[in-house]
Design a protein around this ligand. Structure first.
Ligand code: KIV
Ligand code: NA
Length: 265
């Protein structure tokens, strides 16, 4: 089936077709996820957690994001590939933001970038959009601001924060963002944002009223075993599958069962 574009996502929302999005960080997994029929692949800065073993997304560098995005692009034919802009590469000023986004587009060939925040970074978003680079917004729980929030708990439960989020969502749409991710906010608020905006609203822990859903690949495949928030549905138990397979290999090597006569030259 045909290549997914930002325009196609807007059409999907208009038709009430839900959008499926999942993260990937490498060639082999991106290829499997693309072949399964994913609409959008996000090269998330969650790579910091699930690939690099950090406790936050803050250490991720532009070079590291480009390396992951480049690998994902090589495995992807149909899905739209969006690359996160890492912490510290777009908050300074619009020109710094633009040159970071240009590096991602030129060096990785990703097709869009994602940025965390609303009003605070709107000038950077506008500058990037004016260069013809599609931008996906990200509001609610924005992990790059963990040191300000202090926790990864649900955001925008209170009226003032909910009102700001609604205002920011409109600001992002008016600026020209092609979609918005809403992370870990009350379902009622996410439903309201999705109904007020014409651009797709992709939720993670934001309920069924969104126009699409996104999850971190390692979480939904059961590789990241310690992580089990309410919003996470596990579609596989790859953690145990991998440990069982590796355990069998170890046993076979130790018992001289592997390799056998047919497995040698
Ligand atoms: O980095 C990431 O994986 C994300 C998604 C959770 C939306 O930003
Ligand atoms: Na991210």
């Amino acid at each position: 089936s045909r290549k997914v574009t930002t325009r196609r996502l807007t059409e999907m929302k208009a038709k009430g077709e839900k959008i499926a999005m999942l993260t990937a960080y490498d060639y082999s997994m991106a290829k499997l996820i693309d072949e399964a029929g994913m609409d959008v692949i996000l090269v998330g800065d969650s790579a910091s957690n699930v690939m690099a073993g950090n406790t936050t997304t803050l250490p991720m560098t532009l070079d590291q994001m480009i390396y992951h995005a480049k690998s994902v692009m090589k495995g992807t034919n149909r899905a739209l590939v969006v690359c996160d802009m890492p912490f510290g590469t777009y908050q300074g000023n619009p020109l710094e933001a633009l040159s970071s986004a240009i590096r991602i587009m030129k060096e990785s060939h990703a097709e869009a970038v994602k940025m965390e925040g609303g009003e605070e970074i709107i000038e950077s978003i506008q500058r990037i959009l004016s260069a013809g680079i599609p931008v996906m917004g990200h509001l609610g729980l924005t992990p790059q601001s963990i040191n300000k929030f202090g926790t990864y708990n649900v955001r925008a439960r209170e009226e003032a924060e909910a009102a700001k989020l609604l205002k920011d969502a409109h600001l992002l749409e008016d600026a020209g963002c092609f979609a918005i991710v809403l992370e870990k906010i009350p379902a009622d608020l996410a439903t309201r944002v999705a109904s007020e905006l014409a651009i797709p609203v992709i939720g993670i822990g934001a309920g069924g009223g969104c126009d699409g859903q996104v999850l971190v690949m390692h979480d939904m495949l059961g590789i990241n075993e310690g992580f089990s928030p309410r919003f996470l549905r596990r579609y596989a138990d790859l953690g145990n599958t991998i440990k069982d397979a590796v355990g069998s290999y170890i046993t076979d090597v130790k018992s001289s069962d592997f390799p056998n006569e047919q497995e040698q030259y």
